[in-house]
Design a protein around this ligand. Structure first.
Ligand code: HMG
Ligand code: MG
Length: 314
């Protein structure tokens, strides 16, 4: 069964945005830049750098323009930034963004709390962002949140997800990312969404954004891999969550995902040890222990490290 897995996977590192947006302690611009620069050295093809949402909604990322303008943009790496509307897009373009990520949800109540808009209104804002993006040749990613469960509405009908996903693709987004915002998904629920999604949209332009709140993210990842999906979001050290989704702590940790993919012999181009160094740097800045299991295991063996744990394909 494992023979049919994809040979290569693209990991989208979202720690600098999805991770840091959830942190209470103010992180300096210089430290955010350093974190991203360390991640750039790890070999990711895509690192979500920051967001251009209302600075009062997410004060931690109010310095998005300085961050994006200062990081060392490594050739071959794309640095999308999260934008909610035309105003955010103008700010992102002025800061030099060449890739952006828009976002809406599969459920009305979450969308209202997150961006103060109905799904339809947010799609209107996204249409404006995509129009501006097209005019400037900017690449667009489209997140759908609360795909597998909503903190306010509970279970979500797969049809509701497929409808929003289809609308985003019709508007012209280049890639989707389907989010388990509060980390409630289990493989059965994942299959109920991803099987029809694969039929309707294919697997090449659909990413998965699992949160590991309840420890199910890697089981869900394996199922998605078996279905042919090849794009996975994760966050260095397991930083993150969403400040507008109660109980959303814990993106799937990049180290845990990488260790898992390495063990399956799936290429990513990302160096686990370099990610662990980046996480070690940001752990000191956020001031609390990081949740990634692989990160913790490796750090606890510092000095007599099991180097074979880090080797691809081990
Ligand atoms: P609003 O108050 O409804 O905005 O907020 P508005 O359109 O009524 O405008 C009010 C004022 O804000 C205006 O200024 C606008 O210009 C200004 P005024 O005319 O009063 O002087 N404004 C802005 N200023 C700067 N940047 C902007 C911007 N937009 C409007 N972009 C809004 C609506 C969407 C702006 C707000 O609710 C917001 O910023 N929310 C952000 C929420 C957020 O960042 N959530 C976390 C990210 S989503 C996530 O984490 C999930 C994900 O990871 C996937 C998953 O896990 O599921 C992606
Ligand atoms: Mg998220």
């Amino acid at each position: 069964m494992l023979q049919s897995l994809p040979r290569r996977v693209r990991i989208v590192e979202v720690g600098p945005r999805d991770g840091l947006q959830n942190e209470g302690r103010a992180i300096s611009t210089a430290d955010k830049v350093r974190f991203i620069d360390l991640l750039s050295e790890a070999g990711f093809e895509m690192i979500e750098a920051t967001s251009f949402v209302h600075p009062k909604a997410v004060p931690q990322l109010a310095d998005g323009a300085e961050v994006l303008g200062t990081i060392l943009k490594r050739p071959g790496v794309r640095y999308p930034v999260l934008v909610p509307n035309g105003r955010g897009m103008e700010r992102a373009l002025a800061a030099g963004a060449r890739e952006v990520a828009v976002f809406t949800a599969a459920t009305e109540s979450f969308n209202r709390r997150n961006i103060n808009a109905t799904i339809e209104e947010s799609l209107g804002n996204i249409a404006e962002v995509v129009r501006l993006a097209r005019a400037e040749g900017v690449w667009v990613r489209g997140y759908v949140s609360t795909v597998f469960g909503c903190p306010y509405q509970g279970a979500v009908a797969p049809e509701a997800v497929l409808h929003v996903a289809e609308r985003l693709l019709e508007l012209g987004v280049d890639e989707l990312s389907l989010g388990d915002t509060i980390g409630v998904a289990t493989p059965r629920v994942v299959e109920a969404v991803l099987a029809p999604a694969a039929e309707r949209f294919g697997v090449d332009r659909v990413g998965l954004h699992f949160h590991d709140t309840r420890g199910t993210a890697l089981a869900n990842t394996l199922l998605a891999l078996q279905m042919g999906y090849q794009i996975f979001d994760s966050s260095a050290g397991g930083l993150g969550g969403c400040p507008f989704a109660l109980g959303a702590a814990g993106n799937l940790a990049t180290e845990d995902l990488l260790y898992f993919l390495n063990g399956l012999g799936i290429e990513t181009g990302v160096n686990l040890e370099t990610v662990i160094s980046a996480s070690g740097f940001i752990e000191d800045q956020v001031g609390h222990p990081l949740t990634s299991k692989v990160y913790q295991a490796v750090r606890s063996q510092e000095g007599e490290r099991c180097s074979w744990l880090l080797a691809p394909g081990s």
